[in-house]
Design a protein around this ligand. Structure first.
Ligand SMILES: *Cc1c(COP(=O)(O)O)cnc(C)c1O
Length: 429
């Protein structure tokens, strides 16, 4: 493809250019396995000496086209699809952090990732320190240990919609010889490309805006190819020393800038599984083709809804990076100049009881655990996803007990606002 194409063109075309007589749309290769003509051909694949498809748990053409589209959108060298966003963040971490290692993560990240790191990785012998992302560089630096392997944060946090100072995080990570991993789910590469601000690896829950229609759970990991693993070889032996399960091959020596994604595919996918199905990858590829068009509409509508809520006397507080005066507005102007996303957080005066009556009175807007697709939906973390937490624990996780997360969909914003308006009246009646 031509160089220097704009993001919308990449959404539509990157990752797949059919040849003469081939299908215009990415084909679904719904096959577990692939045929070879000689035993030697097959043997070379298992030594990673030849590239080729042999089993869909490791690689599949449909998935590879869609992964290549995501890599192009992020400006990375390679990407891998996973069965979910959870699997993407799990693989992104354990690819470079083993038992005895340590991870530092922003404390305001998505609850699922908070549990993954704080509960499940701890059980695997990986320790985690959660930090306040707005703390000073000096303060964050105190969390580093000799065994720290990575720094982790979200471009726009879920559900608090806080914007990360990515440049600051990249500076701190690199000063300590570790990569910065950014979960870019809410911003998507249409609104922010974290590699341009110094991040090394990007992850996605493609379940959200990338799919955009609420049809397929999925994830992706993208590598910028910029982190110099060999310069910190003692920290990352998995990449820089021989892998006995591939006849002593060393990933950085054999694959250079592709080392990280090759190891994640050849070793982690082989051993842990979690591939995205080709059918789901096809849906994801379709979603990506309209991502730039949809995200613009999500963002414009969310801005209108945010302005309506901000002006409403029944609203206790509202958080949307697009509102001037919002705590996140300045960072949003820098990192998200075309807008943040369709998600906002707010609360009504009167606390949980009023919040609940309001949600029960909604007619068009639905109560869902999902977020970031074409349907406008709402969630009250304290009553739903985080209901096992006390108010104090909620606050520690950066979630106000009265916070409602509203994900503004693609319906006409006038209808969304009218529904919110009537439900607020009901709640106060
Ligand atoms: C939803 C979400 C995840 C988890 O993704 P799944 O596809 O649900 O497994 C991870 N990070 C963020 C920011 C999310 O919103």
């Amino acid at each position: 493809m031509a160089q220097n194409l704009h993001i919308g063109t990449l959404c539509v075309q990157a990752g797949y250019q059919p040849g003469k007589g081939e299908s215009r749309q990415i084909p679904i290769i719904q096959s577990t396995t692939f045929r070879y003509e000689t035993s030697d051909q097959m043997g070379r694949l298992f030594d990673l000496e030849d590239s080729g498809y042999f089993y869909t748990r490791l690689q599949n053409p449909t998935n590879d086209h869609v992964a290549a589209r995501i890599a192009a959108l992020e400006g990375g060298v390679a990407a891998m699809l996973t069965s979910s966003g959870q699997a993407a963040n799990f693989f992104a971490c354990v690819n470079i952090c083993e038992a005895g290692g340590h991870i530092i993560a922003a404390g305001n990240i998505y609850g699922g990732t908070f549990n993954l790191l704080g509960t499940s990785l701890r059980k695997l012998g990986i320790d985690v320190t959660f930090i306040n992302p707005d703390a000073s560089e000096e303060e964050i630096a105190t969390a580093f240990r000799p065994e720290t392997k990575l720094l982790f944060g979200e471009t726009i946090s879920n559900p608090g919609v806080e914007v990360l100072d990515i440049e600051k995080f990249a500076r701190i990570a690199h000063a300590h010889g570790v990569p910065l991993i950014i979960d870019n789910t809410f911003a998507t590469p249409v609104h922010c490309r974290p590699f341009e601000w110094g991040a090394d690896i990007v992850t996605h829950s493609t379940t959200k805006y990338m799919d955009g229609h609420g049809v397929a759970v999925g994830g992706a990991i993208v590598d910028s190819g910029n982190f110099d693993w060999d310069a910190h070889a003692d920290k990352f032996p998995g990449l820089t020393t021989p892998d006995p399960s591939y006849h002593g091959l060393t990933y950085t020596k054999s694959f250079g800038k592709l080392a990280y994604i090759t190891k994640a595919t050849a070793q982690l996918m082989r051993d842990y599984g979690s591939i995205q199905s080709p059918q789901n990858a096809f849906y994801l590829g379709l979603g990506l083709q309209t991502l730039h068009v949809r995200l613009e509409r999500h963002t414009k509508s969310a801005q209108k809804v945010a302005e309506f809520l901000q002006a409403h006397p029944a609203v206790a507080w509202i958080h949307y990076p697009g509102l001037p005066g919002d705590s996140e507005h300045e960072k949003a102007c820098k990192y998200l100049p075309d807008g943040s996303c369709g998600v906002l957080a707010f609360a009504l005066k009167g606390g949980r009881a009023v919040d609940n009556k309001f949600m029960d009175s909604l007619k068009l807007v639905t109560i869902e655990t999902h977020v970031a697709d074409c349907y406008t939906c709402i969630l009250h973390p304290a009553s739903h996803t985080h209901r096992q937490l006390t108010d104090e624990q909620l606050r520690a996780a950066g979630i106000a007990p009265d916070l409602m997360r509203l994900s503004v969909g693609l319906e006409d914003p006038e209808d969304i606002i009218a529904d919110l308006d009537q439900a607020i009246k009901e709640a106060l009646a």
